[in-house]
Design a protein around this ligand. Structure first.
Ligand code: IVH
Length: 672
């Protein structure tokens, strides 16, 4: 038998949760704030008197009191994918054609069109109806656990009534959605920050992302974060359609954006996109497009994924928003490669959720072609994530004082004469000691996606370089020796310095591919770095490789190989690698990634459509395990790797008695 207090607590919890739901999910409060506070305070009091009766999912437990020291990494149950993009009607029709290529011309395809909320994606895991874990997207495979922060978002239910859904086994399920901040909340927050002399957020998305990763849940709770959920996953239950899932999510008490539409044809999808492109300004939150999903889950499964995005969904991106402003100055910025790029310093304007005061002008040719001058009134635009750009000059508004800009003949930072390589449009500072190059390289090294060193952002790097503390990447790892000096810097202090040191220490765990990317070798982006790491396994093999060997890797071209060989032929870079090795950075792939030659000399023929990987990915895998891929089936073929709708090659393999494997077999072979 439950005692009196337990019953009262249970009832209060139910009542408060209900009002919470009305207020935060439905935007339809049934009682006044005062009445709500009274209920809440009653619960707090009863729980204080009966601490044993406090449960994790009580509404009083939304705000934890402990600071998060570090966000734990968590592996996503299924990758959190991104989406391919479309920009116009024709591309949407092409999307449908691609679907029909796989599902067949006669396939009936129905869609759901949803608003693409411009926020931060989040994964929420529920076990036995209780919120068990919340995580950020991270790199799509591994995210960061931010449960305590997610709990402060009132629109996220801490507990859901899974038993009410008899049709589904929801003992364990995962929900994905987008955390965002409404415009008014964002502006209010920025005003408060400005008043406190704190840095303001550039746009609502940044403020949501920054807030979700704060260490103090009490501060997170004060920021009005909100959520729309759009995706339901459970291994226990076969779902039928996205529309059913959205309805189910609503019934479970999640906040689903109401503006989604079931569309019977791609034409209806196009109408939806056009409608929202026009009406987006009427919303209280930022959207950057529409997400179009194939409604049937069976069809979704049949379509599968390519590399990092599902084949069954795409994003329709709205045209960039434009604004008019004035160019106050044109500054030459020196980047990581030494390239001089012109940047327009603008009269600040508000555009697409953020205040813009700079735009890139790309290069001198672009400035001349568009005839951009200091003092001009220009149209600027911003699309998605990219830095705003100047679209055109409004010539009628050009004043007499407008001034043409000249390309500097010396580096604006170190004064070295600039150099223009043949066949390139850009000019370069070739002084490898130039502080601007050093700063930009360090920024790249420490950035997310590379060594990801928390606390080592642009302004700190600039300060440390100016103070002579950082002259190369390896100096980062001996900053510890300067603790006292760092603690003395204005606005730094013990705690920040310790956080920075922790961040630096943590970066030593970064895998080889990230270290390789962080080095900032020209043309070696993160994808290329992964391929190089996987192929060569360690830095010595890579340093000893010649251009030919490097170019033989699938999708790696001659400019990459030349750049890599050039980089490692420099004595200074060899020294750099040595000193970084001494600090303990990883220069070889972890054991499990070293490829084994399980397919040594075996020849494969690929045919049909694969769903879990692209053909190129399959080919890469086969090669990395020592096999080769040939185009036609003969008696010398060892395996025919057949996907959906395999045709004549499959037949021939059957006739010749060659071993036929499907994706599942292949996965098994390589994971054994
Ligand atoms: S579905 C596999 N639906 O857009 C399904 N995503 O560019 C992929 N997003 O990472 C996501 N609103 O953060 C989906 N209604 C919506 C969305 C949405 C915003 C974000 C999400 C995703 C990104 C893809």
């Amino acid at each position: 038998m439950k005692n009196d207090a337990a019953v009262k607590i249970d009832n209060l919890k139910k009542e408060i949760n209900e009002h919470n739901y009305n207020y935060y999910v439905l935007n339809d409060p049934k009682i006044s704030d005062y009445e709500y506070d009274q209920l809440y305070n009653n619960l707090v009091k009863l729980e204080e008197e009966n601490p044993k009766l406090i449960t994790d999912d009580s509404p009083t437990q939304r705000v934890g009191s402990d600071l998060t020291k570090e966000f734990k990494s968590v592996q996503h149950s299924r990758p959190m994918l991104s989406l391919s993009n479309t920009y116009n009607e024709d591309e949407l029709k092409d999307f449908e054609k691609r679907l029909k290529n796989i599902l067949g011309d006669d396939a009936q395809i129905e869609y759901v069109a949803e608003l693409k909320i411009d926020g931060v994606s989040i994964s929420l895991k529920y076990v036995k109806g209780k919120l068990a874990q919340a995580a950020t997207r991270g790199d799509g495979t591994t995210g960061e656990e931010i449960t305590v922060n997610a709990k402060t978002i009132h629109a996220i239910p801490l507990k859901v009534d899974v038993a009410s859904q008899e049709k589904y086994d929801l003992s364990e399920f995962e929900v994905r959605g987008e955390v965002f901040m409404e415009f008014t909340a964002f502006e209010k927050l920025n005003k408060e920050r400005e008043a406190l002399g704190e840095k303001i957020f550039a746009n609502p998305r940044n403020s949501s992302a920054g807030t979700l990763k704060m260490q103090d849940p009490k501060i997170v709770a004060k920021r009005p974060l909100d959520i729309f959920v759009y995706y339901l996953i459970s291994n226990n239950t076969d779902f039928v359609s996205q529309t059913d899932n959205l309805e189910l999510l609503k019934q479970l008490g999640f906040k689903v954006n109401i503006n989604y539409e079931y569309c019977k044809s791609i034409e209806e999808v196009i109408d939806f996109c056009n409608h929202w492109e026009e009406k987006r300004h009427e919303l209280r939150y930022e959207i950057d497009g529409v997400v179009i999903k194939v409604n049937s889950i069976a069809q979704q499964n049949e379509l599968g994924n390519v590399a990092k995005s599902p084949r069954w969904a795409t994003a329709f991106k709205f045209k960039a928003k434009q604004a008019e402003t004035i160019i106050n100055e044109i500054r030459w910025q020196v980047g990581r490669t030494g390239a001089l790029t012109p940047v327009a310093e603008l009269e600040s304007v508000f555009l697409a959720g953020s205040t813009i005061s700079r735009a890139t002008l790309h290069n001198i040719d672009e400035i001349r072609r568009k005839d951009i001058r200091v003092g001009d009134t220009v149209k600027i635009e911003k699309g998605g994530d990219v830095i705003p750009k100047v679209v055109e000059v409004i010539k009628e508004r050009r004043g007499e004082n407008s001034k043409e800009t000249e390309l500097p003949d010396k580096c604006p930072v170190c004064g070295t004469e600039v150099f223009k390589p043949e066949n390139e449009v850009l000019y370069y500072c070739v002084n490898n000691q130039c502080p601007a190059i050093l700063k930009a390289s360090l920024q790249h090294f420490a950035a997310r996606g590379a060594m990801d060193i928390e606390g080592l952002g642009e302004s700190i790097i600039n300060l440390f370089v100016d103070e002579g503390l950082l002259k190369s990447f390896s100096d980062i790892y001996s900053l510890k020796e300067h603790r006292e000096k760092l603690v003395d810097f204005e606005k730094f202090g013990e705690r920040k310095v310790q956080n920075l040191f922790d961040g630096i220490e943590k970066s030593k765990e970064k895998e080889f591919a990230k270290v390789l990317f962080a080095l900032g070798i020209r043309y070696v982006g993160s994808g290329v770095a992964s391929k190089l790491a996987e192929h060569f396994s360690n830095i010595e093999n890579l340093m000893n490789a010649n251009e030919e060997e490097i170019s033989s890797i699938h999708e790696i071209g001659p400019s990459v190989s030349k750049s890599v060989v050039d980089f490692f032929s420099s004595d200074q870079n060899k020294e750099l690698i040595n000193s970084l090795k001494n600090t303990g950075l990883k220069f070889e792939v972890a054991e499990k990634k070293i490829s084994r030659n399980i397919f040594d000399g075996k020849s494969f023929v690929l045919t049909g459509t694969l769903s879990a990987m692209t053909r190129d990915e399959a080919k890469d895998k086969i090669i990395s395990f020592g096999g080769k891929v040939v185009s036609s089936v003969s008696k010398n073929t060892d395996y025919v790797f057949a996907g959906e709708k395999a045709g004549s090659k499959l037949k021939k393999a059957e006739q010749l008695g060659i071993k036929i494997i499907n994706e599942e077999d292949f996965q098994k072979m390589i994971s054994e």
